[in-house]
Design a protein around this ligand. Structure first.
Ligand code: 5GP
Ligand code: MN
Length: 363
């Protein structure tokens, strides 16, 4: 039996929102990762089992290594299927936002979201949730949104509690469990960070009992790189990684030209930021990638044609989210944050170099 997590009032409010709705749209964040895809699709399967009409809309394309997730192929991509997505949103009586805390994290889909008159519910684990939802289930202490979805689903339905001797009336339990496990695995780096408490493994045990094949999921997600992606990683480590030993810091940055050289696909940069942390005595890592400003961001970009996407990671009690917020207007978790910079890549690099020593400990 898991310790209770959501309050009775939260579970009741979630149940009421679901009971009152027939057409549900689930949204998740830009450049969806395993937790975004897993949490949105798990909710989809759970609600479909209760007879709801459900669609998942993602702001832009999801990576290939997540395309096998059950019903991922039915996700609607806002960037390319806008009319269809807008029609679904206009007819929704409930929108559920998973794995993001702010409309800004879903690009132009965020502007649409804020115009909708329907009820909205957020399930998320990022700090400082925006105030637009009617119900906010925000628990930044949770390592993944998928774990929150598991806890919510088991509080709402008899899939619950422990697999031992319990009836599972939901027909697509295995799909739900597979989606949830995927996000728990990816947001903890295959249970290598934010993963040091027993209940997480109780949940993993429950999910395996419900039919999750964890070894297969690992292979599908982590052993599914293209040769180009593997070479891009090699290039980053061999030619692009700078180490600042005094502050235990590594920096890698890539221009669009370099990305083209390796036939860059959505998701290919995932995980590059974590690589330098495998080096002894490197505790902080920053990865920057140049991107183009898309039409919906022109106002934000202030004339710049380039946008730099910044990823930060750290180990232990060495937060990087304050640096992300102060220097790159972003934020995130203590050990995994990010931000954006509108301007040329060398400027963003210089900004990093001018400021990291003030934020990253010498020890
Ligand atoms: P990633 O490096 O995987 O893109 O992002 C890691 C985490 O940093 C995300 O889960 C999110 O919490 C945070 N993050 C990334 N980019 C941004 C950003 O532009 N703004 C804010 N507020 N947070 C971000
Ligand atoms: Mn997440």
């Amino acid at each position: 039996m898991l310790t209770s997590f959501f309050s009775d009032a939260e579970v009741k409010a979630a149940q009421e929102l679901i009971n009152q709705s027939n057409n549900v749209v689930i949204l998740t964040h830009m450049s969806p990762d395993g937790d975004a895809m897993g949490s949105s699709l798990a909710m989809r399967h759970f609600l479909e089992a209760q007879g709801k009409q459900v669609a998942v809309i993602v702001p832009n394309a999801f990576p290939d290594f997540l395309a096998w997730l059950p019903k991922a192929d039915q996700d609607i991509i806002y960037e390319t299927q806008r009319a269809e997505a807008d029609a679904l949103l206009d007819h929704a009586d409930l929108v559920i936002c998973t794995d993001f805390n702010d409309p800004k994290r879903i690009g132009s889909l965020g502007d649409k979201l804020l115009t909708l008159p329907c009820k909205k519910m957020m399930i998320d684990h990022h700090l400082h949730p925006a105030s637009f939802p009617d119900l906010t289930l925000s628990y930044p202490s949770s390592p993944s949104t998928c774990e929150l979805v598991y806890r919510l689903i088991t509080s709402l339905s008899p899939i619950s509690n422990s697999p031992q001797g319990v009836q599972y009336p939901i027909p697509n339990t295995q799909e739900i469990a597979t989606c949830i496990y995927t996000g728990m695995m990816t947001d903890t780096g295959n249970f290598s960070f934010n993963s040091n408490y027993p209940e997480m493994y109780q949940i993993v045990g429950d999910l395996v009992s419900l039919g999750v094949n964890k070894d297969e999921i690992y292979n599908r997600v982590f052993n599914a790189y293209s040769a180009d992606r593997m070479r891009l990683m090699g290039y980053c480590l061999y030619s692009k990684m700078r180490i600042f030993p005094e502050h235990h810091t590594a920096l890698i940055y890539l221009s669009r030209k370099e990305l083209y050289r390796f036939n860059f696909q959505s998701g290919d940069a995932e995980g590059i930021v974590n690589l330098p942390l495998q080096i002894k005595d490197v505790y902080y890592s920053c990865f920057m990638r140049e991107d183009k400003v898309n039409p919906t961001e022109v106002a934000l970009a202030g004339g710049s044609k380039t946008k730099i996407k910044i990823s930060l990671r750290s180990q232990g009690n060495r937060p990087v989210n304050v640096f992300a917020k102060d220097i790159f207007g972003g934020g995130g978790h203590a050990n995994a944050s990010g931000g954006e910079y509108y301007g040329p890549l060398p400027e963003a690099v210089q900004l990093f170099i001018d400021n990291y020593t003030k934020y990253f400990a010498k020890e």
